[in-house]
Write a protein that binds this ligand. Structure first.
Ligand SMILES: [Zn+2]
Length: 443
């Protein structure tokens, strides 16, 4: 039995798919206007692990992750880079390519579909038109808005009550809306720009794309919908409203949200400017260390990002690779559950994707694993196939000793000789910042 914490109920629930041994999952993807940061990597790895687990357990899985390739941020970037906002497609392609490279480096499998908004405009127009016709949306001067009061169960996912939202809502300067909580489905633009719709030229609002693409690629009702916790409100709440208003069905049965990656207790985000890109991390660490770092944390627990923790985990990952070094035996998949350590590992994964618990099992049983070639090979198979760890020995880092590094090494040797440990530590950290790790022998 697989258990998943469902944001909708707030409880850990048994996963019961709509169809036996089949699973559909939709995960909100990136807006490609800049390089992906460590937070984006977390979403990719967590849902990739779930995808791999379901496949391993013989589910026929269909996994869809979108690209929001039209958006204000993209238009702004296109204006900056090309002096023409209509060149947003070039911006999108550049960062989609970069993202694809990053998640590949993290050993994430490709989702079964990766649709883009701009490839689904007609479907979006039809969906919005359906909402207008059913009375859930209204047209106002070229824009189309979803009418919250026509969807009385709004707020189920985020546990917001409409009256509280109203009390707390900022009064926007937008006299087109009938209610400040109504959200935009279609944004009207100047004549002749973007796409032609029954309401004039325009482009889609943000939330509508996921309702449309989930139903187009996976069906009107899906098993699992995922994303970062920041998407619960309003994005996912709005997706539910749009989809359920039109399709008259529960949109997604299980809502899974991963916690944030934080810096100084604040969410890592583009808008706050407190982020590291995956590329910056990969300059210092092998991408496998980054993946190992993610799965060392439970997906529902926040990560306080630190390079020191990455460095510490690099050491334990190297140890792990050492254990599984050398030729491994080929174990048939149907035999793999015969090994007690593997059974324990899988039971942790089935319990709300408890990856740190699963790794704990491996480290606790290291001696048993080492002594049994068969079991060792079976454990390696799980680590590779489900956790996505390659277990390939990492290349030793080659660092050129620059005069700057040599100077720090000399200073540090002097500090140690003088037993000035505090100073020696400071110098070690400086060396580490230059990707130079010192290992001391006893004096
Ligand atoms: Zn979405």
């Amino acid at each position: 039995m697989i258990k998943i914490t469902n944001t909708l109920s707030g409880k850990k629930e048994e996963f019961k798919p709509i169809e036996q041994k089949k699973a559909t999952m939709y995960v909100c993807g990136i807006t490609p206007y800049d390089f992906a940061h460590v937070g984006h990597g977390r979403v990719a790895v967590i849902f990739d692990t779930l995808y791999r687990l379901l496949k391993f357990l013989d589910f026929e899985v269909k996994y869809c992750r979108n690209f929001t390739d039209i958006d204000d941020k993209l238009l702004k970037k296109a204006q900056q880079e090309f002096n023409d906002q209509l060149q947003y497609g070039k911006v999108a392609q550049k960062y989609i390519d970069a993202y694809t490279q990053d998640v590949k480096a993290l050993n994430c499998l490709q989702p079964d579909c990766q649709p883009r908004v701009t490839e689904n405009i007609q479907e979006i127009i039809d969906f919005v038109d359906g909402l207008v016709n059913s009375g859930h949306a209204y047209v106002a001067h070229g824009d189309v808005y979803f009418s919250i009061k026509k969807f009385p169960v709004y707020g189920r996912l985020s546990k917001h009550k409409l009256k509280d939202l109203r009390a707390g809502s900022r009064v926007e300067v937008n006299d087109k809306k009938q209610d400040p909580l109504d959200f935009v489905l279609w944004k009207g633009t100047e004549k002749g720009t973007f796409w032609k719709s029954p309401w004039g030229y325009g482009r889609p609002g943000w939330h509508i794309e996921c309702s449309v693409m989930a139903s187009k690629y996976l069906g009107k009702q899906i098993d699992i919908h995922g994303g970062g916790m920041d998407l619960i409100f309003p994005h996912h709440e709005n997706e539910i409203a749009q989809s359920e208003a039109l399709n008259k069905k529960t949109f997604a049965n299980y809502w899974m949200h991963n916690a944030f990656v934080r810096i100084d207790k604040e969410k890592m985000s583009k808008s706050l400017g407190n982020f590291f890109t995956l590329k910056q991390v990969f300059e210092k660490f092998d991408p496998m260390i980054a993946r190992f770092y993610y799965v060392n944390h439970h997906y529902r627990a926040p990560i306080d990002f630190s390079f020191d923790e990455l460095a510490a985990l690099e050491k334990s990952y190297r140890k792990l690779c050492k254990i599984f070094e050398g030729p491994l035996l080929k174990i048939e998949k149907n035999k793999v559950m015969n090994f007690p350590v593997v059974r324990k590992m899988i039971s942790f994964l089935k319990d709300d994707i408890n990856t740190p618990g699963m790794l704990g099992v491996v480290f606790e049983n290291i001696n048993t694993i080492k002594d049994n070639e068969q079991e060792k090979s079976a454990v390696a198979m799980i680590l590779q196939d489900i956790l996505g760890l390659s277990l390939q020995p990492l290349a030793e880092k080659k660092v050129t000793v620059t005069p700057e590094i040599q100077k720090l090494i000399d200073e540090r040797l002097r500090a140690r000789a003088e037993k000035n440990w505090a100073q020696a530590d400071i110098l070690r950290d400086k060396l580490r910042d230059l990707s130079f790790d010192v290992q001391d022998k006893k004096l």
